[in-house]
Design a protein around this ligand. Structure first.
Ligand SMILES: NC(=O)c1ccc[n+]([C@@H]2O[C@H](COP(=O)([O-])OP(=O)(O)OC[C@H]3O[C@@H](n4cnc5c(N)ncnc54)[C@H](OP(=O)(O)O)[C@@H]3O)[C@@H](O)[C@H]2O)c1
Length: 332
């Protein structure tokens, strides 16, 4: 392909350690090696993207860099016969947007082993509404079910419920038939969470235990925790016998304080969730379930669609814990 130029959202760490974020022009030659070139249609904003866009060295080591761990689009060029020019595909996770130039630009070039064909009943836009957030929520539901917690009479707690992973988890769990309690710091978003399918909404400050007791009344069969810290400590003490807690995030804190009692006396399971490096077979199975049995009827009310020009404001908002639902980025 000729050396096209295209628009890219570029983050730089300046000499005074200040961060610069600008939309710049790049050329195809500047993209990393890879056997599939994709013309990006949509990307989405995740908490990890905001960390990368803030110069967080734990996520991205080298700058200038273009974040975006999610991208959907059309194959522009492929050296792997499994993918043909014009085919609709998407990528979530692996190294995309971390140390590989990511989805916040008009073209990405990636190894074909990261590329997934678009499920039959999804559009390029829809698949990005789910993106890494929905995929992660799907892994959690899958793991909860592997631990024998099925919809009949099961109550699931979702923390950080208005965020990307949280809101999709609430909607997908509802579709799967569970009863959901949503925990949020945003008192004004109760109706949003009810509309998504939460039976009960509990405010973050009311959830967090300050009693220091090793066990609290068992209220939930399972939990999907996106925040960590004191919230996760409380959740672990509040799970019913043989329940499960999916641990996936750290927006409150990367610390976890607990005793062994919930494990010894209630036999609860702490399940670590990593979405980026899941093998392709596992990945395809989760996407099949998302596109069929867990597909939320109406996702439009949880989507805010922007272009690259609107990213700066949304990055600042998500870093403050202010995101509600999913920010979708229309690229081309
Ligand atoms: N393990 C994995 O594979 C994986 C995959 C995806 C995401 N993650 C992680 O999961 C977390 C959520 O990601 P996301 O993209 O969904 O982020 P997000 O959209 O920003 O959602 C996080 C939500 O957590 C709540 N929150 C924010 N600050 C908080 C605080 N100080 N204390 C307690 N709650 C707070 C807010 O919801 P409320 O106001 O409703 O409480 C916020 O909307 C991040 O830590 C991310 O890195 C991990």
């Amino acid at each position: 392909m000729e050396n096209l130029s295209f628009k890219s959202f570029v983050v730089e760490v300046l000499e005074n350690a200040q961060i610069s974020r600008k939309i710049k022009t790049k050329t195809i030659d500047e993209l990393p090696d890879g056997d599939v070139l994709i013309k990006v249609a949509y990307s989405a904003l995740n908490y990890k993207d905001a960390l990368s866009a803030s110069g967080h060295k734990g996520i991205t080591k080298k700058f200038p860099h273009t974040p975006g761990i999610d991208a959907s689009g059309i194959v522009a060029e492929s050296k792997n016969p499994h993918f043909i020019q014009g085919e609709k595909v998407f990528v979530t996770g692996y190294d995309l947007g971390m140390n590989t130039s990511g989805g916040f630009q008009e073209y990405i070039r990636v190894p074909s082993s990261w590329v997934v064909k678009l499920p039959n009943n999804m559009t390029l836009r829809e698949v990005m509404i789910y993106g890494t957030a929905g995929f992660t929520a799907g892994i959690c539901i899958n793991e909860i079910q592997k631990h024998d917690i099925f919809p009949d009479n099961s109550n699931i707690l979702v923390t950080g419920a208005t965020g990307g992973v949280g809101s999709l988890a609430v909607g997908m769990l509802k579709k799967a038939g569970y009863n959901i309690t949503a925990s949020t710091g945003k008192t004004e978003q109760k109706n949003f969470l009810k509309k998504l399918g939460a039976e009960e909404v509990i405010f973050r400050d009311d959830l967090i235990d300050t009693s220091n007791r090793p066990l609290l009344t068992g209220k939930w069969n399972a939990a999907i925790d996106t925040v960590g810290g004191r919230t996760l400590s409380t959740v672990i003490k509040s799970i019913k016998p043989r329940g499960s807690v999916c641990v996936l995030g750290l927006v409150e804190s990367d610390r976890l304080e607990t005793t062994v009692y919930p494990f010894l006396l209630r036999g609860i399971n702490l399940i670590g969730i990593d979405s980026a490096e899941r093998p392709m077979d596992y990945r395809l199975n989760i996407w099949k379930r998302i596109s069929e049995e867990w597909k939320i009827e109406n996702t439009e009310f949880l989507v805010k669609e922007i272009t690259l020009e609107g990213l700066e404001d949304e990055i600042n908002l998500i870093l403050k814990g202010g995101q509600v639902g999913k920010v979708l980025i229309k690229i081309s």
